[in-house]
Write a protein that binds this ligand. Structure first.
Ligand SMILES: [Mn+2]
Length: 328
């Protein structure tokens, strides 16, 4: 079987190719706000790949690239703002829904019929909202899809692009440990290594560089761990918790997976107050019979069966015996 076929729909690929060649559009790539490794790697990897094919392309994200990813090639091209009127098409990457870039409030044109929408994603919540869609829910990351897409478009995958793509594989699979890791994930990772991806840099910068403030925050968070009689492992982090240590909310990345390593935990929940007065929840499970996506959906969120999240707008945390979200 040609691996490419199970990832890239040939007729959508043809549509994209025809569109790029015939219309020569000005294209902007957007990824979700609060970008993770897959968002950063997929948007920058696609940007560089399309640019090498001569496409007039830009890339933007509402929030800056997190410090942990500052080694990533092409970061200097990531814009935080853009003029929607100067683009013909928008390409959404790693966005489980059309509103995850959070640009649409200021720039409604990106969701209007005036712009061609290209949608590249692996979240089951994605409803294929694009005019051209590459929604592959069995892909471990968006970069895995983009690897096959760039191959389909005959773009040369340089060592720098390979590093971008490998970053998404690494982070979305929790270093190839989550259940979304398949033989296809390893297969693509192997190909990216052969193409020159810098895996040791990713391991070092993303998974093995912990600032003292981050370690102190983790120790504070882990002290608050609460295991419910039903088997949910829950921690809550207030704004004060990280601000008083000089840490940032993004320093919590990885805490949830660490907590979820307890065999006793049916599922794990990390509740955190963000800088804007909202409470965010991340959910994880390793149990076959637990669906944290369904749980997150009860609170208006979504994600994957084994990893999901939701947000309570205008809320704060209060610890009584259990953690409670209080809507402000
Ligand atoms: Mn992703």
């Amino acid at each position: 079987m040609n691996m490419n076929q199970s990832f890239i729909n040939e007729s959508e690929l043809q549509k994209l190719q025809d569109y790029l060649v015939r219309q020569k559009p000005k294209l902007i790539i957007l990824t979700h706000a609060n970008p993770d490794g897959d968002a950063v790697g997929s948007s920058l990897g696609l940007f560089a790949g399309l640019k090498s094919l001569g496409v007039d392309v830009s890339v933007a994200c509402l929030d800056p690239v997190p410090d942990a990813f500052h080694f990533i090639p092409f970061e200097e091209h990531m814009k935080s703002d853009f003029d929607e009127k100067s683009f013909d098409a928008v390409c959404f990457v790693d966005c489980g829904s059309r509103t995850m870039t959070r640009f649409e409030e200021d720039k409604p044109r990106i969701l209007s019929g005036e712009m061609i929408k290209i949608n590249i994603d692996h979240h089951p919540s994605n409803d294929s909202f694009g005019d051209i869609n590459f929604v592959v829910t069995h892909a471990s990351s968006s970069t895995q899809i983009i690897f096959h897409l760039l191959q389909g478009l005959r773009a040369k995958i340089t060592p720098q692009i390979a590093t971008c793509l490998l970053l998404g594989l690494y982070t979305d699979t929790g270093s190839f440990m989550h259940q979304n890791t398949t033989s296809a994930t390893y297969d693509v990772a192997g190909q990216l290594l052969r193409l020159g991806a810098n895996a040791s840099q990713i391991a070092k910068k993303v998974f093995q560089s912990h600032e003292p403030t981050m370690l102190k925050l983790w120790s504070r968070v882990l002290q608050n761990l609460y295991l419910t009689p039903e088997g949910a492992a829950i921690v809550g982090v207030s704004r004060k918790d990280y601000e008083s240590l000089g840490a940032k909310r993004e320093d919590l990345t990885g805490v949830i997976d660490f907590i979820n390593s307890m065999p006793e935990a049916k599922y794990s929940v990390l509740l955190s107050e963000d800088e804007k007065g909202n409470v965010k929840a991340s959910l994880r499970t390793r149990k076959q019979d637990v669906d944290v996506k369904a749980l997150a959906e009860q609170f208006g969120g979504g994600g994957h069966i084994k990893a999901s999240g939701f947000m309570v707008k205008g809320g704060h945390l209060q610890k009584e015996i259990k953690w409670k979200i209080i809507q402000d």
